[in-house]
Design a protein around this ligand. Structure first.
Ligand code: FPP
Length: 277
């Protein structure tokens, strides 16, 4: 948080929000479904590409702000396996914008200690997109700051199926396929971003109440925050509000708090209206 407070003016409207954030209880990993680029553009009578370009600025901003706040990992849903259904021209625009953004920002990402990683079937992307992403991954591999996972040609179901197939393939190679029992730990260890803790907070912009095939395995106990803000308008204020909202949540992971009042057998008998046996 210190790096953020250092650049904020005490007179800015974000100052009280930033001061209210508890630096000891930050979400370690934030995942984002960046939605609403098209609607943002439509409201302004602009082509959808203008919305995606404005969305790129929000990407730059959230990376900078998460690094300043001290978030450890940020996963951004850039392109789903279903997004290939969009018109070819829109898909091409997204690749152009992505390459433009990554090439322009790479020196700054390297300098700021950001690690870029990708999750998804990246080998199925156009060759110039794959090579641009590989370049960013290798240039930032030694960095130890914020980890930014770009989910691209990503699908949650595809990821789980790919993980299971890799487990099976490894077992076959070891001649152990017949006795294979797949466990949750094995699936977790074979996901694209294995080793990165599950997201603590999922932010979805533009008000839709859907997961959209994103991180299906990893979101099991993630806190979900949906804002009506379109992605191109999502800035520091929205990010701080999402974190403050997260810090109010009671995360029990299916267990109970220490002070929870449980009933005795006798009380349960009474609740059911039966006499004790
Ligand atoms: C959703 O808006 C947005 C996308 C499908 C693309 C998001 C991608 C970016 C902002 C670029 C990401 C780049 C990097 C480097 C991570 P939409 O088109 O579905 O909007 P709509 O629902 O309003 O039509």
């Amino acid at each position: 948080m210190k790096a953020l407070l250092d650049i904020l003016k005490p007179t800015s409207s974000d100052w009280p929000l930033a001061k209210a954030v508890d630096p000891e209880r930050l979400p370690q990993h934030i995942a984002v479904i960046m939605d609403g680029n098209g609607r943002w553009a439509g409201r302004r009578n602009l082509p959808r590409a203008a919305g995606h370009k404005a969305g790129m600025n929000s990407v730059r901003e959230i990376i900078e702000n998460c690094a300043r706040i001290g978030i450890e990992a940020l996963t951004l849903y850039a392109f789903s396996v279903e997004n290939w259904k969009r018109p070819r021209a829109e898909v091409e625009t997204l690749w152009r914008l992505l390459r433009f953004y990554v090439e322009r920002e790479l020196p700054k990402l390297v300098e700021n200690g950001i690690q870029i990683r990708t999750i998804g079937r990246t080998d199925e992307l156009p060759a110039n997109v794959t090579s641009c992403l590989r370049k960013a991954e290798s240039a930032t591999r030694q960095n130890r700051g914020l980890v930014v996972n770009i989910a691209i040609n990503y699908g949650g179901r595809t990821e789980i199926a790919d993980a299971v197939n890799r487990i099976l393939e490894n077992a076959r190679r070891a001649g152990a396929a017949d006795s294979l029992v797949v466990t949750e730990e094995m699936i977790s260890a074979h996901l694209y971003g294995a080793g990165i803790p599950d997201p603590d907070l999922l932010i979805r912009t533009s008000g839709e109440l859907r997961i959209s095939n994103f991180l299906l395995w990893q979101l099991a106990y993630t806190e979900i925050y949906v804002t009506p803000t379109f992605w191109p308008d999502f800035g520091l204020t929205d990010l701080l509000e999402a974190i403050l909202n997260f810090q109010k949540r009671d995360r029990r992971f299916g267990a109970l708090n220490k002070d929870a009042v449980t009933a005795t057998d006798e009380q349960v008998d009474e609740l059911l209206g039966v006499s004790a046996t």
